[in-house]
Design a protein. Structure first.
Length: 264
């Protein structure tokens, strides 16, 4: 049975080179290229639609690394494909092997090395949980924080830049991401987001994080929000003002000193 392959590289000559190498080894590694992409969002769309067995993915790409893109697939796509990273940087390869990534190929790729990687992929494509854990571990090793949130919406995985998010608010089982233009829903906890992205977002109360760069001021509340489980006078309560949106977010008394320091 032939392998279904998807190629992700921002450079067209690099994609063409991989396809040439694949044709050279087709007799020992039957394959079908089911799609290709030169950017992260097109790659996500194509991979979700075509359901490949393996993705041949560059590491260094504009906007998002292949490592982070693979992590979004592993964490959000049921039956995520195995990923073979393709890079010109050996330091990434060494770190990836340390956490048992499926494989790393160094550019310029040799046909024999590509064949070896594909054969390994054929053997390892059955235990997706193991591959997803390896990819997630690789992402955690190679970058300290993500650059995008991934959002499942109407059968697609959308990438929302972390820098576009003004605030995050927990509501029931979901967290709402608010950007200048619209809301998105994700199934992550505020606690985990705060642990990872605390340098970017600050907690204003137990149900909300606000981008530090988006805070433009504070004002006294005209109502008594129930955020501390205590009775408070309206005059004692403050709200944070966020750029580009009209909504005010209440500030808990325990976080007031932190927020006040940011707006001095």
């Amino acid at each position: 049975m032939s392998l279904r392959l998807f190629i992700v590289d921002d450079e067209a000559p690099a994609r063409a080179r991989l396809k040439t190498l694949l044709s050279d080894i087709a007799h020992e590694c039957p394959y079908e290229v089911v799609g290709e992409a030169d950017n992260a969002q097109d790659a996500l769309d194509g991979i979700v639609t075509s359901q490949p067995d393996l993705v041949l993915m560059d590491v260094q790409m504009p906007g998002m690394t292949g490592i982070e893109l693979a992590a979004h697939l592993a964490n959000n796509m049921i039956g995520a494909p195995g990923v073979i990273f393709v890079t010109a940087f050996d330091e990434y390869a060494l770190k990836a092997f340390d956490v048992n990534a499926l494989d790393y190929l160094l550019k310029p790729v040799r046909a024999t090395r590509l064949a070896q990687a594909l054969k390994r992929g054929m053997l390892m494509r059955n235990p997706p949980d193991t591959l997803q854990q390896a990819i997630a571990a690789t992402a955690a090793t190679l970058q300290t924080r993500r650059q995008y949130f991934s959002v499942q919406e109407r059968g697609r995985l959308l990438l929302v830049p972390v820098g576009d998010v003004l605030y995050l608010k927990a509501e029931l089982k979901y967290v709402t991401l608010r950007t200048k233009n619209r809301d998105y829903l994700i199934e992550e906890s505020l606690v985990s987001i705060e642990e990872e992205l605390g340098a970017i977002f600050v907690r204003v109360h137990r149900n909300a994080l606000v981008a530090r760069s988006a805070i433009v001021g504070v004002e006294r509340a005209h109502f008594v929000p129930d955020i501390d489980g205590e009775n408070s006078k309206a005059g004692d309560m403050w709200q944070v003002l966020v750029r580009d949106v009209d909504e005010r977010l209440p500030i808990s008394r325990r976080q007031w000193s932190v927020i006040k320091a940011l707006v001095k």
